[in-house]
Ligand binder design. Structure first.
Ligand code: GUN
Length: 284
């Protein structure tokens, strides 16, 4: 079997078209959605992500503001900027690009963002609401994965889902969303004893570890849906996921590529969250 490839660019383009209409409607009523992005330091991957987020805002008509700080910035300066953005009615979403330099307490910074503008869904209040099954903002990557599964009409009820990775950004919220959709979820991580034992049981396998090609075809159940959240750069400069695409696509029924799978969906859901936030601010 050769798997169907899930095209995140195509689905994103479709969703962004409808987001562009919603943004235009809000703008016409005097509530143009606005996103502020904060980048501290010169991490090259973060610079690319931030550039892509700003470009995506422009394409759908979301106002964007970009705040860049040198790596040695005292944390208070960034906290002051966040406080100003929290109070700014033009801004409906605030995103602090992670990772932050070592002198920052990441939790302190994320908690400083108003939970009403936390379009990344990283604030403890929003994580708590998601855990209770009553989300305000869902973090963008797992949200994008759920949209991709939904667009394919994949039912999760009673399915065996295995999430590889337990990060706050992907693994944990992904787990909560899959539980919410009535899947039976196993979470694997660096201390898991026999990873392949678990992954071979998965009807839905989500890889989010940040290790190039670590999930190989022999670790995939025949007919499984394989979602690759990893974005890794190989020594030759090419991007690859956490899944060995070539071997896994021969076993899976559906698989996401890297690039062009989950990545574009992450940014699309950031736009969706920002527009949703503007909708709420407009009292809709
Ligand atoms: N760094 C890696 N992924 C993300 C993300 O989704 N949001 C933010 N803010 N930083 C990240």
């Amino acid at each position: 079997m050769t798997a169907k490839i899930l095209d995140g660019n195509a689905l994103s383009a479709k969703l962004r078209e409808s987001l562009r209409h919603r943004a235009a409607e809000l703008a016409a009523q005097g509530h143009r959605p606005g996103l502020a992005v904060i980048l501290v330091g010169e991490n090259p991957a973060s610079q690319v992500y931030v550039r892509n987020k700003i470009k995506a805002c422009e394409a759908v008509g979301v106002h964007s503001e970009r705040y860049e700080f040198p790596a040695d910035t005292p944390p208070q300066k960034v906290l002051d900027r966040i406080a100003a953005l929290n109070a700014d009615p033009k801004i409906h979403g605030i995103l602090v690009q992670l990772p932050l330099p070592a002198q920052f307490d990441e939790d302190e910074v994320l908690e400083a963002v108003s939970p009403e503008k936390d379009v990344d869904g990283f604030h403890a209040e929003n994580v708590g609401l998601l855990a209770q099954g009553n989300p305000r903002f869902i973090s963008c990557t797992p949200y994008g994965v759920m949209e991709m599964l939904g667009a394919e009409g994949i039912s999760l009820r009673g399915k065996e889902a295995v999430v590889v990775g337990r990060s706050n950004i992907v693994g944990k919220p992904m787990t909560l969303l899959l539980i919410g959709a009535s899947a039976t979820v196993t979470v694997c991580h660096s201390q898991t004893k026999d990873l392949a034992f678990h992954t071979r049981r998965a009807d839905i396998l989500v890889a989010a570890v940040g290790k190039p090609k670590m999930i190989t075809g022999d670790m995939v159940k025949p007919g499984a849906v394989v979602i690759d959240v990893g974005i890794n750069r190989l020594p030759d400069g090419k991007l690859c996921g956490d899944v060995d695409f070539e071997s896994a696509k021969e076993v899976a029924s559906l698989i996401t590529p890297v690039p062009g799978g989950v990545g574009p969906m992450t940014i699309t859901m950031l736009l969706a969250n920002t527009i949703e936030s503007a909708d709420r601010a407009a009292g809709k």
